[in-house]
Design a protein around this ligand. Structure first.
Ligand code: FES
Ligand SMILES: [Fe+2]
Length: 331
């Protein structure tokens, strides 16, 4: 396949998703890679296709003494540089290609096989420094193209339908919308109906969701969007990530951070927060995967200009005006 948004920086994993000396398969823009982290927290990636007889290296295993990966089919061993390792030493010839990674803190970024077109946004490091990391939520590979998957998080009307059961939003207002090149920011306020006792008993985290939800969402198209919100326990931050796997398949996951009013709250509520986000993500996926092919809408709702802006960024990815501004930041 041709790359979707070539040159975008993709955050393909958070360190906590990788394990230690475990091969992980990653699909980005139609290519499969094997990704692993060794006991010294160094991270490596190679093409997942064994150069001998094309077995998937991610089904193999890691030799931690030699920092190599061993193919599951005939147990040939490859170094992190993609060279064969045999009889105690590494060949000089590279026979499979490493994937270039940029590791910043716990974040594993890559441009895939493309030249950088936008810089790596630095906001996640700032969030990680200021908030407690709660965990990963909503990790899924979904049958939906990249743009439509991105758009659901720029759609400030879908909570009324897609998420009605969980949040019971009765009114939603976009109170601010700012934009500059590939960055845009939206402030919203949502009024919720009251939850019944039964609902609270099944999902105690509802108690922590206020009646008026105020949140700010910042977008760094197309790599990351961040939702900042408040709840009874303190503040939370959802770092929402996605990258294209195939034309009609997108990987999504979220890094959840919090600032808790008291230290006992994180162990008590952490799992419940992650579970609630899993539910929200499942609802989005159901909406995305059950849609019919896209046609021009015949009805317009308020607040749709945010989606229109994102659609325009996607369409204009190759236009020189916008990229000239942003690529100057790469130099
Ligand atoms: S296919 Fe990998 S060693 Fe033969
Ligand atoms: Fe949603």
């Amino acid at each position: 396949m041709t790359s979707i948004l070539p040159g975008a920086p993709w955050l393909i994993a958070h360190r906590s998703m990788l394990g230690i000396n475990q091969p992980n398969k990653i699909t980005l823009n139609g290519q499969d890679y094997v990704l692993w982290q060794n006991q010294n927290r160094e991270v490596f990636a190679l093409s997942n296709i064994c150069p001998h007889m094309q077995a998937p290296l991610s089904d193999g295993w890691i030799c931690k003494e030699r920092n190599t990966i061993i193919c599951p089919f005939h147990s040939l061993e490859f170094s992190t540089e993609g060279k064969l390792y045999r009889e105690g030493k590494q060949d000089t010839q590279q026979i499979t290609l490493p994937l270039k990674l940029t590791v910043i803190g716990d974040m594993i970024w890559t441009y895939g096989e493309c030249e950088p077109h936008l810089p790596i946004p630095d906001l996640i490091e700032k969030i990680a420094a200021e908030y407690d990391f709660v965990g990963i939520a909503g990790e899924q590979s979904i049958q939906s193209d990249f743009l439509n998957t991105w758009l659901i998080n720029s759609d400030f009307n879908h909570q009324n339908g897609t998420h009605r059961e969980l949040f019971q939003i009765v009114q939603n207002r976009v109170t601010a919308f700012e934009k500059k090149d590939y960055w845009y920011k939206v402030k919203q306020e949502s009024t919720r109906a009251s939850n019944t006792l039964g609902e609270i008993l099944t999902n105690p985290v509802l108690l922590t969701i206020p009646k008026i939800l105020k949140s700010t969402v910042e977008y760094w198209f197309p790599s990351v969007l961040v939702l900042y919100g408040e709840a009874g326990f303190g503040e939370f931050v959802q770092v929402i990530l996605q990258y294209p796997q195939q034309q009609n398949q997108t990987k999504i996951y979220e890094l959840i951070f919090g600032r808790f009013k008291a230290s006992w709250m994180k162990p008590l509520l952490g799992k419940s927060i992650l579970k609630s986000i899993d539910v929200v993500v499942e609802q989005d996926i159901a909406a995305l995967e059950t849609r019919y092919p896209h046609h021009q809408p015949k009805v317009k709702l308020p607040n749709e200009d945010v989606m229109v802006y994102a659609q325009q960024l996607y369409r204009d990815w190759h236009s020189s005006d916008l990229t000239a501004v942003v690529t100057s930041q790469l130099q």
